[in-house]
Each structure stands twice: as structure tokens, then as C-alpha cells.
Write a protein that binds this ligand. Structure first.
Ligand SMILES: NC(=O)c1ccc[n+]([C@@H]2O[C@H](COP(=O)([O-])OP(=O)(O)OC[C@H]3O[C@@H](n4cnc5c(N)ncnc54)[C@H](OP(=O)(O)O)[C@@H]3O)[C@@H](O)[C@H]2O)c1
Length: 245
């Protein structure tokens, strides 16, 4: 069956690995992001790997006025429509503490932008009777902590949205996979102190692909973050609020 993936935040290294994998399966890939030159190069790579079609498309999470054009572009592709959201931004919490106006951008990139896009796409997926949405949230959304609680709150909101969207699309034969990565070696975490058990973007992309195939609901990647977060979520608040993790 013809399958099309729109990949939002396609320049992320996790997204690149995911795009290459679905391209190798012969899917059409619409590579959505802000850096069209970079995405053009990526499109060539995807075509060489076997993509039925690979095309860069402009997507800025902070400019929802452009989303309708993307939906229209997707509508032109026949068959199953899928979306994978890798968009997100994480300024240092100390920068946000100094300049609270940064909050709007973090929330737009990691929550409201992708949510608005997916809300516009959902009716089209329902009409086609299926398709998969992959949403990359974060373990940071499982519990607010000192080092990144604004980013964490955006990811928590996004994960809750994905849960509701899963309820909705299931009724039309569709599916939603919520992805909660731990620490991954990417541009976002480059140079950050305190990183441990760091995964490669390729390993994360592989986990995501397996989850899509098995129609998993929520995955932690690598898998052991499920247990790390289980422990962290159960630390009593009187103790947790004094911890610096
Ligand atoms: N790295 C980690 O340890 C980790 C852990 C948990 C979750 N995550 C999540 O994984 C996803 C991928 O992140 P990454 O680690 O690969 O970092 P990254 O390379 O910084 O990727 C972030 C992506 O979001 C895009 N983006 C940011 N703001 C945007 C906007 N306003 N409009 C459109 N695109 C925008 C970036 O595009 P540009 O190239 O145009 O900037 C980039 O493609 C993110 O959602 C992140 O929150 C990462």
C-alpha cells in the first residue's frame, strides 16, 4: 500500500535516521523543517535509499499560518498518511529564568505548534481510515525537575495530547505512538553536563520503527528509562523537592 510520512523537525538527527529507515521501505517522505537547503540534501539521500518520493517542505512550529499548505500537500498523496513529530527546543532553564519571554517559543516548538498541525491532519487521517502518528515527547515530561521544568511541562502537555489523539484515531483505524527518549546524543544535548546512559539517534530511530510496526502505545527509549522514571516518579514529593537531579 502507498504510504506517506511527513516528518516534522526532519533536521533532528533522530528524525534523519527515522526518515532513512522509512525511505528504505519505499515510503514517500515529506521532510518538514526550517532549513530547506539542508532538507534538499536529505531528500536526495532518501531517494537514493529507495523513497518513492522525497521532498523538503517548509514548517515553522511558531508560524501556524503555513500549516494549511502542508495539509493540502499531504492530501495530494494517495494511500496511508502518517506523521512523525521530532520538533522541540530546550533553552537552558537558567536562560528562561532570566528571560521568561523565551517560554512562548519552548511551548510553541514542543507542544502547541505540533498539536495544532496534528489537529488539522487528524480529519484527513480519519477520512483515509488509518495511518500512524509518532510523537516524540520526553522523560522530562514525567516529572518536573529543577534543570528543565518549562521544557518538561511542554513535553508533558504533548504526551497528554498524544494520549487523547490515540483515543480519537483508534476509532478510525489509526494509531499513535508516544516516544519518551532518555538522554540522546544530538545537537540539543551537545555539551550539557550530567548526561549518562546516552543513546545514539540511530538506536532511538530503530526503537521507534519497531514500536510503529508493533503498534505500541508508549515507549521509553532506550527501554530501561521506563524503570528509571518509575523510580523517579515514586520519590515522595517532600524528598524530591530537595533533590537536584
Ligand atoms: N536529545 C535528547 O536527549 C532528547 C531527549 C528526549 C527528547 N528529545 C526530543 O527529541 C526531539 C528531537 O530532538 P534532538 O535531540 O534531535 O534535537 P535537535 O537536533 O535540536 O532537534 C530539534 C528539531 O526541532 C526543530 N525545531 C525547533 N524549533 C522549531 C520550530 N520553531 N519550527 C520547526 N522546527 C523546529 C529543529 O529544527 P532546526 O534544525 O530548524 O533548528 C530540529 O529539527 C525533540 O522533540 C526533543 O525535545 C530529545
Amino acid at each position: 500500500m502507498n504510504s506517506t510520512w511527513i516528518i516534522l523537525g526532519a533536521t533532528s538527527s533522530m528524525a534523519r535516521a527515522f526518515a532513512r529507515a522509512v525511505a528504505a521501505e519505499g515510503a514517500a517522505v515529506l521532510l518538514a523543517g526550517r532549513d530547506i537547503d539542508d532538507l534538499m540534501v536529505m531528500a536526495i539521500d532518501c531517494r537514493l535509499r529507495g523513497a518513492r518520493l522525497a521532498e523538503p517542505v517548509m514548517f515553522d512550529a511558531r508560524k501556524p499560518g503555513g500549516f494549511a499548505d502542508l495539509i493540502e500537500r499531504m492530501e495530494k498523496e494517495e494511500g496511508e498518511l502518517n506523521a512523525a513529530v521530532f520538533v522541540g527546543s530546550m533553552p537552558e532553564q537558567s536562560a528562561i529564568d532570566e528571560d521568561p519571554s523565551l517560554i512562548d517559543g519552548v511551548i510553541a516548538d514542543s507542544h502547541t505548534g505540533p498539536v495544532r498541525f496534528l489537529q488539522m491532519l487528524a480529519p484527513l487521517m480519519e477520512a483515509r481510515g488509518g495511518g500512524t502518528v509518532v510523537g516524540v515527547a520526553s522523560v522530562a515530561g514525567d516529572r518536573g525537575r529543577l534543570g528543565n521544568y518549562v521544557y518538561g511541562s511542554a513535553k508533558a502537555g504533548f504526551a497528554t495530547y498524544l494520549s487523547g489523539l490515540r483515543n480519537r484515531l483508534t476509532r478510525a483505524g489509526g494509531h499513535v505512538v508516544t516516544v519518551k527518549p532518555g538522554f540522546v546524543d544530538t545537537a540539543m544535548t551537545w555539551g550539557l553536563p550530567g548526561m549518562f546512559l546516552v543513546a545514539t539517534p540511530e538506536a532511538v530511530a530503530k526503537d521507534i520503527l519497531t514500536a510503529v510496526r508493533k503498534r505500541k502505545n508508549t515507549i521509553y527509549t532506550p527501554f530501561f528509562w521506563r524503570y528509571i522514571m518509575l523510580i523517579i516518579r515514586h520519590i515522595p514529593e517532600p524528598i524530591f523537592k530537595k533533590m537536584k537531579i
